[in-house]
Design a binder for this molecule. Structure first.
Ligand code: FES
Ligand code: FES
Length: 153
């Protein structure tokens, strides 16, 4: 099968790639652009480990075909920190102890980022709804919710 050329933006940089029509955004980020902060868990839209922001909305990158990305803007966990400084959401996760194994953390942070972009002071219920698609096997969620609430402040 022939490769397809796609031009889009990742973390505010223009990228041009040639990839196969079956390749997902997750696969392109990790395998072709070296952005391995975005994790692959289930690979079928159930765990949220692969969450990135696509045109302003949190999406499961394992469910997005790269061929549909022409002209799109993608933001990954690597794109929210500035130089070597963590984003306030990341700082809050560290401060509140909302990380254990860390596998879910990039996806959680990106879901929180999308929420706080549109809602500066979310309620606990709104936070729970925003991370409903992100599974965490370690923390029990309480500290994650507290960290997002703290980051909103
Ligand atoms: Fe995408 Fe689980 S890897 S939702
Ligand atoms: Fe381990 Fe969430 S910290 S899965």
């Amino acid at each position: 099968m022939d490769k397809v050329k796609i031009e889009f933006k990742v973390n505010n940089k223009e990228v041009i790639i040639e990839t196969y029509p079956w390749k997902t955004l997750l696969g392109v980020l990790r395998d072709e652009l070296g952005l391995t902060g975005t994790k692959e868990g289930c690979g079928k839209g159930e765990c949220g480990a692969c969450t990135v922001i696509l045109n302003g909305r949190a999406v499961n990158s394992c469910l997005v075909l790269a061929v549909n990305l022409e002209g799109c803007e993608v933001l990954t966990i690597e794109g929210i920190s500035q130089k070597n400084k963590l984003h306030p959401i990341q700082e809050s996760f560290v401060k509140k102890g909302a990380i254990q194994c860390g596998f879910c953390t990039p996806g959680m942070v990106m879901s929180a980022y999308a929420l706080l972009q549109k809602n500066k002071n979310p309620s606990i219920e709104e936070i729970k709804e925003a991370i409903a698609g992100n599974l965490c096997r370690c923390t029990g969620y309480t500290k994650i919710i507290e960290a997002i609430k703290e980051a909103a402040k």
